[in-house]
Ligand binder design. Sequence first.
Ligand code: PMP
Length: 303
Amino acid sequence: MHNFLDIAYFQNKFVPFKEANISIATHALHYGTGAFGGMRGIPNPENPNQILLFRLDRHCNRLSDSAKLLNYDLPADKIQHIIIDFVKKNKPSKSFYIRPFVYTSDLGIAPRLHKIEKDFFIYGLELGDYLPPEGISCRISSWYRQEDRSLPLRGKISGAYITSSLAKTEAVESGFDEAILMNTQGKVCEASGMNIFMVRNGKLITPGFNQDILEGITRDSVLTIAQDMGIETEERAIDKTELLIADEVFLSGTAAKVTPVKQIESYHLSTSRPITEKIKQKLIAITENQEPKYQEWVYTVDC
Ligand code: PMP
């Protein structure tokens, strides 16, 4: 069980987390017609009265876009104001994760997005490492990531996570830590809740936006950090065998940060991962606001 933050935002007000409950008849519960965000915050290691939020604006924009895909107008600046108030009210003392959620809150049946009540809530939980930071094993999933023509993949639509859940359980129950999903073209796509990168001959390569990936905010950060370090980057389709013979592979995500991949199926990757380690350490330093060059990625909340 997680340690949830005490205060949630629910039905337009701040309430104790334990009192923020919905009905079993809630439309989104039945039809997967919700969308969520996921962002991390930490107490400022330099100042206990401040909380640092990583890429707040990007997370709010993506949630607003997800809401739009669900026929719900929720401006990013409104989300941002509420998240800042949420953080001030909770003043977390440990590394934490914020989960904002937009959804069809109506109690009526019939799948649809029009003429239906919608709502927005936020809760949070303490969150340390989501995956073992030293590295993980991955199974190539027998489940494929959905296609944009059947599901709006630029939103973090809750219903889409059935595929992630199937893939993750298949991987874990067969002895692996995580799943790597292919897209329906048979190209490498992403993991259950992370984007994927490989290094070949000193170049950092990741599937492009037209490969049915989620437009990950950590992915964007990793690409920028790498380019700033002078590492060549490329966004393109990746074949499975390229991954199996890659020099380095890692996953990126808000929860997972940069997690090295040690093994894919029965293929073991090198234990030397210079590029992964450099990017991983840089990203941690940036989130702790120790890198002046990337200060604009870190939003400081005075509590
Ligand atoms: N892909 C999926 C399916 C995800 O759920 C996530 C987590 N949000 C990611 C990729 C990584 O995205 P981000 O770096 O924005 O957390």
